[in-house]
Structures are given as C-alpha cells and as structure tokens.
Design a protein around this ligand. Sequence first.
Ligand SMILES: Cc1cc2nc3c(=O)[nH]c(=O)nc-3n(C[C@H](O)[C@H](O)[C@H](O)COP(=O)(O)O)c2cc1C
Length: 361
Amino acid sequence: MIKTKLCELLGIEYPIIQAGMGPFQTQKLAEAVANAGALGIISTSGIIFGSLGIDLGPLTAGKGGSYDTVTKYIREVGKGTRKKGATFGINVMVSAELGAPAMEFVRAAVNARDEDPDIREGLKVIITSAGDPLPWTDVIKSSGLKWFHVVPSVRHAKRAEKAGVDAVIASGHEGGGHVAWEPVHTMAILPSVVNAVDVPVIGAGGFCDGATLAAALALGAVGIQMGTRFIGTKEADTCFGDIWKNRLLKTDDRSTIVARGFVGPLRYLRNEASVQLAKLTVEKVPDLFVGHPDITLDQALLATELEGHKALAGQNDEKALFYGGEVAGRIQDIPSVKELIERMVEEAEDIIKELPGKVIV
Ligand SMILES: Cc1cc2nc3c(=O)[nH]c(=O)nc-3n(C[C@H](O)[C@H](O)[C@H](O)COP(=O)(O)O)c2cc1C
C-alpha cells in the first residue's frame, strides 16, 4: 500500500491523478479513475473553445454556455462516483484570455457543491493550469476546494506557492498535449521544484507504470499525474476512440513531435498530420525551438490544427491529430482503469521493497 501526503490531502487511496485532457471530454474516465481510488479530473478547455465559437470538431467537448455545461459534467461525475464516495476534481485553464469562462467554471464548481452535499463530498479540488495563479487566490481560496496549479518551472512554482496553492504539479516536457515553451523534462524539473517550494509536489509528464511512479516518489514527489497512459484504457471517453488507442499501441520510443498548437506548443503522436504541423511551425514560428517564441498564433497553423481535430472524427489515422506524450511508446495494452492503477501500485511497491537489496549503502 503506497500512501503519501497527496492521499491524506484529498482522502484518496492511491497517489495518482488523471490529468485534465481538454479539449476532450473526460467525465467517464474521471468517474472510472475516482471509483478505482485515484483522483479523476473533469476537463473543461473544450467548453471554452465551444463558447468562443471555435469548432474543434464533433469529438471535442463543449457546446452551449460554460456554466451550464460544466455543471452538467460535474453532476454526471458526481452521480457516477457517489456510491463509492470517490473523489474527483476539475481542471481549469486560467490563461489571461480565458479568464471569463474560467471564472464561470469555478463558480459552477462552487455552486454544484453548495447545492448537493454528495457533490461537496466528492468534488474536492480545482487544478488550474496554463496561466498566472495569483489573480485566482481570493476566489479559489474562499471556495472550500483544494487548489493545485500546474507549473513548468521553478519560477512558476514559487509564484504558485505565493498564490497559496495546496500543491503544485511540476510538468515535464515529455508530457502529452500542452507543454511549456521551454523544453525542461521531468527528470530535471521535478526535483528542482521539490527543492524550491514547501508545498507538496506532484510530477507530470512521462509517468505510466510502477517504475515511473516509484521514481517520482524517489525524486521527492507526493504523487503523479498521468494523461497519455489513461487514454490507453478501456474507460477513456469515446473521443479517445479505438483509432487513438490503436495509434498508441503502434508507437515506439521516438513517436512524438512538438508543434505550435492553439494554446502554445503541444506534443502529438507522430503521423502525417503532426509532421505537417511541425514543418509549418518551423516556418511560421522559427523561434519556438530556441526559447524565444513569438506567442501570437499564426492563422495557417490554427487552420491546420483545426483540420487535424476534425479528421479525428473522420477516423483518418494519418490526417488526425492525436495529442500524446513520450510514454506512448511504452503503452502495450489497453487495460481497465482499475487494472492499470492496481498494477502500477503493486509494481511500485515491489520496486521500493526490492531496492534496498539491489544497492550497497
Ligand atoms: C489529450 C491531452 C489533452 C490535454 N489537455 C490538457 C488541458 O486541457 N489542460 C492541461 O492543463 N493539460 C492538458 N494536457 C496535459 C496533461 O494535463 C498532463 O499534464 C500530461 O498529459 C502529462 O503527461 P503524460 O501525457 O506523459 O502523462 C493534455 C494532455 C493530453 C494527452
């Protein structure tokens, strides 16, 4: 049994968080993860795109108003987790341009808890990401929810601590989907953040099994957040259909690529569509890979990304854009969420128990 401060903080059995994975829907996944004893997270960024009138195709989340849609998602997951008294949260991207819908999500979460005691029991945390946490202190700290913030650097981690978060999630560049402009990977960022702040730290980017869970604990983390590995599970929502899962099973250790996406750089599984987006990135945002990016989004890039999202619905394996981390190459099966979590924890326990016999100190 692996228990850490993260388990105590949220009342969960295992120190594992399912990552927010907008613009896709993750209510079913969140429910399965929460019921398996880890932390399930509802994704909301698809709702934002929908409310901004940006059509990412039929498989992504979000039609209608932000407040009502997120309330619906919270109630769905609340209903599915109530019997087990399981714990879940929501991910809210708080970059400056998304401030208004982000505020609606926080309001929806607070009100959903006020209106239903079961939801109050289950919905315990807001994970903010992709923006400055400081303007959010008053509204989140008075909400009764725990607050975690995703950070890509030591500087950002210190700022999150100053804002009053209960934990930071240090996110390395090998992760799937949204990655930082500066390519600092988990092995470097995670221990640096652990050393820099006093609040508990969770690692994200590159975690998928017991060995990586044990490694995160060895680096000083209180738990891990996983995105890509959870896409490759039976209960992942229908937006991560067989086409996506089969693609995961086909990848090897060099099968991802970073390109400029809608909200900054994103890591994709390598195929025709992502290679084309990366080529366009080199042309349109040549500074992306040298650390001084122009953050204005080029329209040709946006159009290409939108095409890739729509191709996902068209089931075209080479034309569709699939977000995915470097661990994609390590995924060789599609277990149930419960099987995956229990297997990981068991493996991590074995590794930790066997380690003293493998070293001479
Ligand atoms: C499909 C997908 C969508 C993502 N969308 C979001 C998002 O909406 N908000 C966010 O903060 N991070 C997002 N991320 C990043 C994850 O939250 C997480 O940090 C990352 O998946 C961890 O790395 P891993 O994929 O190696 O597990 C996304 C990742 C993936 C794979």
